[in-house]
Write a protein that binds this ligand. Sequence first.
Ligand code: GSH
Length: 283
Amino acid sequence: MAEKFTIYSSVQSQWVGVMLLALEEKGLKANVDYDVKEITLSTGDNFAPEYIAINPNGTVPSLTAPSLSKPIIESADILRWIDSRGTKTLVPEDEKRSKEILELMHSPSMTTNLILFQARDPAEMEVKKKSGWNGFLEGRQARLEKELAAQPEHPFYVSKTAENLGITSLYRAKVGPEHEGLYHMTDEMYRTMAAGLDKLESLIALPFAAGSRVSEADYNTVPWLAHAMMGADTPVTAIQDFGPLERLIQKTVPDFKIGPKTRQWWSNVAKTEAFKKVYPVLH
Ligand SMILES: N[C@@H](CCC(=O)N[C@@H](CS)C(=O)NCC(=O)O)C(=O)O
């Protein structure tokens, strides 16, 4: 029997979805094939010194196994490691196309944090301040300040605490002129996201992202889109409803549409068993 491994997962995470889709695809079972450690992002468990020792980026997912000399800390690499147990099934037919899709979906300029935390005008900012994301940012900030107090010179805590405070302080402040910079930056970022989704439309092969069968190209893209749709307040069971995400982006790019290939691809991939197991609802 293959060795048992450990996954560091979070129900609050987008990129954990890549790993979960791979586990379902391979038919691996929690507690039998692997142990699960749940990391609560809203209380900054990912910033605990013990977790930073596993993943110096303080992100989820991570995977450890007795045969690995060090943890795997990138979702795309985790998928490949899981896929390499037994016969590989997630290798793309069109490697070049798949590489481009992975680079696009994982690029910092496509971050869905834009949708979750940022605002383009005072009305959006007021809504964000009243949303659950406020508590999420405060929970992280409290944890980061605690860890920084314990290790004041630690480069990770120094930079992460300052980074998180940048956005948290805008949530704390009365909505006013100091938010103007955020609005401008957010608008620009929505333009970039719209262009990225147009690029995805041009890259999708059909019926699946990189050819005739499901591959890593699909399972690195599904979590992005599911999380973006959730962040756009799509009803969580409305898996095929791109309306809320389109309207959100159209506020910056009026003629933006999720294209026909992307729609067809999403409909195809949503029929896979792994998708149905991991995404009974958008998250
Ligand atoms: N490139 C990494 C990104 C992982 C990542 O950013 N994960 C998010 C959750 S979806 C996270 O852990 N964020 C915590 C933080 O940034 O503090 C991957 O694909 O695994």
